[in-house]
Design a protein around this ligand. Structure first.
Ligand code: BTN
Length: 262
């Protein structure tokens, strides 16, 4: 089982991972992190679990991952940004985690809006951001990250769209090393963004996006929109050309057409 001592060994970050709490079983690391963030927890505190009984995914879905094989954790942030700035956090988290996975494995990772990470067109990691606002500023943000690391098989309903680092890289990876890379990468990008503005993440996200110029379909609560991706705007919303009309999307479930990268 992962322990805080194992994960923090050799970690040189200042804040990210300065406090790590590991659980063998928990309902959801995001739920736990939110509870801690609403009372005392410092920025950079991380909650890690081997197994979640109610792991949360985007759009009300659940996140299921085999215990002892993957990384499921949540990081507490207290960014000093007006509430709108929070919309760029998915792009920040996507870029930071993608870079960390690349550094730890050598695999090439691309970002899919809003914050999925793909290797060879299949989903290798998901990110769920939840937060609390107080008087139109951000009280706290929880960045929940699930990375499929050493899991070789997935349930039938996701087996054609999900992958893991062991499947793509053909070898087992150290979860501790990967965790430390994620902490380093998140801290490095966060420093830059908090001093120079979160907008700075946009070109970085576009550089590693699987989407610009691609045909996609977007499911927004059952209504499907198909178009060509033009970019993202200053709020992190996706700009889509739908039959010649520019459409701005703030949420949705994207399928990149011509691949299986859901
Ligand atoms: C998604 O792709 O739908 C987002 C998945 C996010 C899963 C992670 S696992 C750790 C953290 N705790 C949760 O309950 N969810 C996130």
């Amino acid at each position: 089982m992962l322990t805080a001592q194992m994960l923090r060994k050799g970690l040189k970050t200042r804040r990210f991972g300065s406090k790590v709490f590991c659980f063998e079983v928990i309902d959801s690391t995001n739920a736990c992190a939110r509870a801690l963030a609403s009372c005392w927890a410092d920025e950079g505190t991380v909650i890690v679990a081997e197994q979640q009984t109610a792991g949360r995914g985007r759009m009300g879905r659940t996140w299921v991952a085999n215990p002892f094989e993957n990384l499921t954790f949540s990081v507490i942030l207290r960014p000093e940004t007006p509430a709108e700035g929070i919309n760029l956090l998915p792009l920040y988290a996507g870029v930071a985690v993608a870079e960390a996975i690349e550094r730890a494995t050598g695999l090439s990772v691309v970002c899919k809006w809003p914050n999925d990470l793909l290797v060879n067109d299949k989903k290798v990691a998901g990110i769920l951001i939840e937060g609390s606002l107080k008087e139109s500023s951000v009280e706290y943000v929880v960045i929940g990250i699930g990375i499929n690391v050493n899991q070789r098989e997935f349930p039938p309903e996701i087996s054609s769209t999900a992958t893991s680092l062991i499947i793509e890289g053909g070898k087992e990876y150290s979860r501790e090393d990967l965790f430390r890379e994620v902490m380093r990468s998140m801290e490095a990008h966060y420093k830059g963004l908090t001093s120079h503005g979160f907008q700075r993440i946009i070109p970085k996200w576009i550089d590693r996006s699987a989407m610009i110029g691609r045909r996609i379909s977007v499911n927004q609560n059952g209504s499907i929109l198909t178009g060509t991706v033009k970019g993202v705007n200053e709020q992190g919303a996706l700009l889509l050309d739908v039959d010649g009309t520019q459409t701005t999307l703030h949420a949705g479930d994207v399928t990149i057409l011509g691949t299986n990268g859901r």
